[in-house]
Design a protein around this ligand. Structure first.
Ligand code: PGA
Length: 253
C-alpha cells in the first residue's frame, strides 16, 4: 500500500523564532489528530530553521524536509548545503525541482539528476516536483512536459532507487495563485504519471508510488482533491504557514 503524505513547503517565510513557534503549534495540534498508519506529515522550513524545528517536533509524527540541496558531496561550492549536512540535521526528505527553483535559479534536469542522487545516497526521500506552465497547458502540451521532466531527471534510476521517490505534480499556474487544478485535472495528470511510470518500472513500483498534488490546496478544497484515486496527498505552500489550516488539510486526507 502506498503512503499518503501532507507536506508543508514554507518556502522563504518566517524568521527562526516564528518558524519554531509555528512548528510547535503544528506539533501540539497534531497530538489531537489520529493519523492513520499510512499517513505521513512533513514540514519543510528554510535551512536555517531545521536544527531548531527538529527540537520542538515529535519526529515520529512530523518528518522534516529541506527545500533544496547541493549537487555535490562537499568542497568549494560557496553558499551551498549538501544532502549529507541535511541528513545530519535530521532531515528525512528534500524537495527537488520546485517550479520556483526551475524558474528563478536555473534548475534543470541535469542538476536534478545529481541532486536526486545525493538525496538517495544520503538515505532521504526526494520529493520531486514537476508541472507545466499555463501556456503549455493551453497549447495542449502538459502531458509531454511532465513526461519529459520525470523521464529526463529520474528514468536513469534503478527500480530499487526509483521506488524511493515521491512525485509532486504542481501545475505552475496553480501555485500561489488561488487557482487550483480541478479534481478532474489533478486526477487525470496523476493517473497519466502513474501509467507512464508503470510502462518504465512495472506495476508494483507504479502502484506504490506516492503522487502529491500541489497548487493552492486549502482546507476548503483539500478533501475533494485528496479523494481522487491517484492523488496521494498534497504539497502545501501558503496554507502550511498557519497551524490551523495545515492541520485542517491533514485531517482531509
Ligand atoms: P501554494 O504552493 O500552496 O501556495 O500554491 C504550493 C507549492 O509551491 O508547493
Amino acid at each position: 500500500m502506498r503512503n499518503k503524505i501532507v507536506a508543508g513547503n514554507w518556502k522563504m517565510n518566517t524568521i527562526v523564532r516564528d518558524g519554531v513557534a509555528l512548528a510547535s503549534m503544528i506539533n501540539n495540534e497534531l497530538k489531537e489528530v489520529e493519523l492513520r498508519e499510512d499517513v505521513k506529515v512533513i514540514i519543510a522550513p528554510p535551512f536555517t530553521h531545521l536544527t531548531f524545528v527538529s527540537q520542538v517536533v515529535d519526529n515520529k509524527k512530523i518528518l522534516l524536509a529541506a527545500q533544496n540541496c547541493a549537487t555535490e558531496d562537499a568542497g568549494a561550492y560557496t553558499g551551498e548545503i549538501s544532502a549529507e549536512m541535511l541528513k545530519m540535521l535530521g532531515c528525512n526528505a528534500v524537495i527537488l525541482g520546485h517550479s520556483e527553483r526551475r524558474a528563478y535559479y536555473g534548475e534543470t534536469s541535469e542538476t536534478l539528476i545529481k541532486k536526486t542522487e545525493q538525496v538517495i545516497k544520503n538515505e532521504m526521500t526526494p520529493i520531486f516536483c514537476c508541472g507545466e506552465m499555463l501556456e503549455q497547458r493551453e497549447a495542449g502540451n502538459h502531458f509531454k512536459i511532465v513526461e519529459a521532466q520525470i523521464s529526463e531527471a529520474l528514468f536513469h534510476l534503478s527500480e530499487e532507487d526509483f521506488a524511493k521517490i515521491v512525485i509532486a505534480y504542481e501545475p505552475v499556474w496553480a501555485i500561489g495563485t488561488g487557482v487550483t487544478a480541478s479534481k478532474e485535472q489533478a486526477q487525470e495528470m496523476h493517473a497519466f504519471i502513474r501509467n507512464f511510470v508503470k510502462e518504465k518500472y512495472g506495476d508494483k513500483v507504479a502502484e506504490n508510488l506516492t503522487i502529491l498534488y500541489g497548487g493552492s490546496v486549502k482546507p476548503n478544497n483539500a478533501k475533494e482533491i485528496f479523494a481522487e484515486p491517484d492523488v496521494d496527498g498534497g504539497l502545501i505552500g501558503g496554507a502550511s504557514l498557519k497551524a490551523d489550516s495545515f492541520i485542517d488539510i491533514i485531517k482531509a486526507i
